[in-house]
Ligand binder design. Structure first.
Ligand code: BTN
Length: 241
């Protein structure tokens, strides 16, 4: 995949602006990066703290998949971020995990978040805006966060980190397009955080308590409750006990 990168210094959210570019005809591989965001967005309408020093980018993708399948891109992207940051971390000295559905953790703290937004036309995906926020040189003042710089106390070049993430993204995205979700799922499970642990999943209408038993063939979380009933959950906020 060929990337076309546009960088701006300050923007409200790269997600919204990248969508505008895509609507005006930008192709798959268009990347909008901001050095700072004034209204960075996370999942479930949460704020994404976006001060200078970290990577904030939105990538336009045009996958030929069903609407439901596009959530698999969260796993594709998490694998890409995970592989990319490997090159900026001391080998064997940190624990790196992927937390369902789309967080990347280093030493059990969040280093990156991913946001997948679909733009549909007549019920079909016209394009996907893939947002990646990766803490490079600054740790947001949020509980359980970490940045790359925290690990070895060295600043990293954000463009270098970005290019590495994009290179890895192209690799896993091609793998997904060619072979489907199965291999991505296997690779993701190898790095999954909290398999076998008890958790609470908050859904819009209720809460589910149970044990995290991995992800199914669609990327939905498998939770087994005390009575042994298995629930497959598409979306929710999870808190491990
Ligand atoms: C999450 O973990 O909740 C997802 C966070 C996604 C943040 C990125 S930063 C670049 C892009 N622009 C945004 O406004 N959000 C995403």
């Amino acid at each position: 995949m060929k990337f076309t990168i546009k960088t701006v210094s300050l923007i409200d959210s790269t997600q919204d602006k990248a969508k505008e570019y895509a609507q005006k005809g930008e192709e798959e591989g268009f990347v909008l990066q901001a050095l700072e965001q004034s209204k960075g967005r996370g999942r479930h309408g949460k704020n994404w703290v976006s001060q200078k020093g970290n990577l904030y980018m939105s990538v336009i993708l045009k996958p030929e998949c069903l609407v439901d399948e596009s959530s698999q891109l969260a796993f594709v992207s998490a694998l890409a971020v995970s592989d990319a940051i490997e090159g900026f971390l001391p080998s064997g000295m940190v624990r790196k995990n992927l937390k369902w559905p789309n967080d990347v953790l280093v030493n059990n703290k969040k280093i990156a978040g991913i946001l997948i937004e679909n733009t549909l036309v007549r019920g079909r995906i016209e394009f996907v805006t893939l947002g990646i926020g990766l803490n490079v040189n600054v740790t947001p003042q949020i509980e359980k966060s970490v940045c790359l710089k925290d690990i070895l106390d060295v600043e990293h070049n954000i463009s270098e980190v970005r290019d590495s993430v994009l290179q890895c993204l192209a690799r896993f995205y091609n793998m997904w397009k060619r072979d489907g979700f199965s291999e991505i799922r296997t690779l993701w499970l190898k790095q999954a955080y909290g398999i076998g642990q008890n958790l609470t999943v908050s859904l819009s209408e209720n809460e589910i308590k149970g044990k995290f038993d991995g992800i199914d063939k669609n990327g939905w979380m498998i939770v087994t409750d005390k009575s042994g009933n298995q629930r497959n959950i598409k979306s929710g906020t999870i808190i491990f006990d």
